[in-house]
Design a protein around this ligand. Structure first.
Ligand SMILES: Cc1ncc(COP(=O)(O)O)c(C=O)c1O
Length: 386
């Protein structure tokens, strides 16, 4: 049996994989098992922040791997403390809880919001408003938070207490806040899996105005948008607001599993001994990787992300076969006249990897993708659109 046959024989059937077996990579180039080269604009779904096997990141991770691979949270450990300090310094948040994935980072955010609201307002204040078309993860509770029925249908009943508001509908959000007992509002500034759709400034303003007026917590899900992806360190920073809770994962450790739930002033002391925990959370190897990544996402890199973004938007908006381009920074969605899957498959044949979000072609290149590779890849996409 070859890899594809063994995959379908032994791996649970949850993924519709592309017909490519990736073997090795360096920077924004990746090679399959037959030696074919691809320019990667998907980065393992916004995970490989500096591409494949970036030398500085590999050195940081292997140094830690040679020193101590895991210690559990029964002992103090330097990499996770240094990472928490850096995250707090860069965001103005106060404390961090580490986990291993986006879903877990959101699960923690939800637990913090419920505990805070129960202590402040009583145990019947537990509802969380999330947005229609959002995506927050695949555990039973983060599925419940996800405002898309298509993900819910086989797993009912889900955790109760989520109310779904239409994105960018301030009037509906105000009505919910007036009539329901709300603990928190949770949102992605750019809905990623929902089709790369940024929220309006006016709607974000309404979320924070309601938060202020009703003492409702704000939770920014920065799992996909975080860690430089949108051209700011975290996407909420584009909007001039400061959430109470920020969850992130994906690109944080540059290719290793790590989730972080950052807690602001109002909620920094909500978690108490044994109220939450994780065996692997804050793993020293993942944290060493994240320290390397985060310390390199500086203003210079962020402005390069914005420049590359402007280049892609300009080129693709003017291309034949493009209906629209949405998103921010290096998180972009292209609405195409042709079926998106056809465009993706055509790009693969021409040596460029792009992925899908709803009916769009989604681009999530490495933040440091060299300009010549980006230019080459964009030209391949343009050819595939016709
Ligand atoms: C915004 C958002 N939140 C949460 C998740 C879930 O993250 P994970 O797959 O690491 O659990 C994702 C994954 O795509 C995401 O895009």
């Amino acid at each position: 049996m070859d890899i594809k046959e063994k995959d379908s024989r032994y791996i649970a059937n949850t993924y519709a994989r592309f017909p490519i077996t990736l073997k090795e990579g360096k920077g924004s180039l990746v090679y399959d098992d037959k030696g074919a080269q691809y320019i990667d604009l998907g980065t393992g779904i916004a995970v490989n922040t500096f591409g494949y096997c970036d030398s500085l990141w590999v050195a940081a991770v292997t140094n830690q791997l040679n020193a101590l691979q895991h210690s559990s949270n029964l002992y103090y450990s330097e990499p996770c403390v240094r990472l928490a300090e850096l995250l707090c310094e860069r965001t103005g948040m106060e404390k961090v809880f580490f986990s291993n994935s986006g879903a877990e980072a959101n699960e923690c955010a939800i637990k913090v919001a419920r505990k805070y609201a129960a202590e402040k307002k009583g145990s019947d204040c537990y509802k969380i408003v999330t947005l229609k078309n959002s995506f927050h993860g695949r555990t039973i509770t983060t599925l419940a938070a996800t405002g898309q029925d298509v993900f819910h249908k086989d797993f009912l009943p889900l955790t109760e207490g989520f109310i779904y508001c239409e994105a960018n509908n301030s009037q509906q959000l105000r009505k919910i806040a007036e009539t329901e007992n709300i603990a928190a509002i949770m949102f992605e500034c750019v809905q990623g899996e929902g089709g790369v759709l940024p929220l309006d400034q006016e709607f974000i303003n309404t979320i924070f105005e309601i938060s202020e007026n009703y003492g409702i917590l704000t939770i920014a899900d920065e799992v996909q948008t975080g860690n430089g992806r949108t051209g700011e360190l975290y996407s909420y920073m584009h909007y001039g607001v400061k959430p109470d809770i920020v969850s992130t994962a994906k690109g944080l450790a540059g290719g290793l599993p790590l989730g972080a739930t950052m807690l602001g002033e109002r909620v920094k002391d909500v978690l108490t001994p044994s109220s939450h925990g994780s065996t692997f959370g804050g793993n020293p190897v993942a944290c060493a990787g994240a320290l390397n990544i985060l310390s390199r996402i500086d203003q210079k890199l962020l402005s390069q992300v914005r420049e590359k973004s402007n280049y892609i938007i300009e080129k693709l908006s003017a291309a034949k076969g493009v209906k629209s381009v949405s998103g921010m920074g290096l998180m972009l969605g292209i609405e195409t006249e042709k079926d998106a899957s056809e465009v993706i498959s055509q790009c693969q044949k021409q040596g460029v990897l792009v992925i899908k979000a709803k009916n769009k072609v989604r681009l999530l290149p490495a933040l440091n993708i060299p300009f010549d590779l980006l230019e080459k890849a964009v030209n391949v996409i343009i050819d595939a659109l016709e």
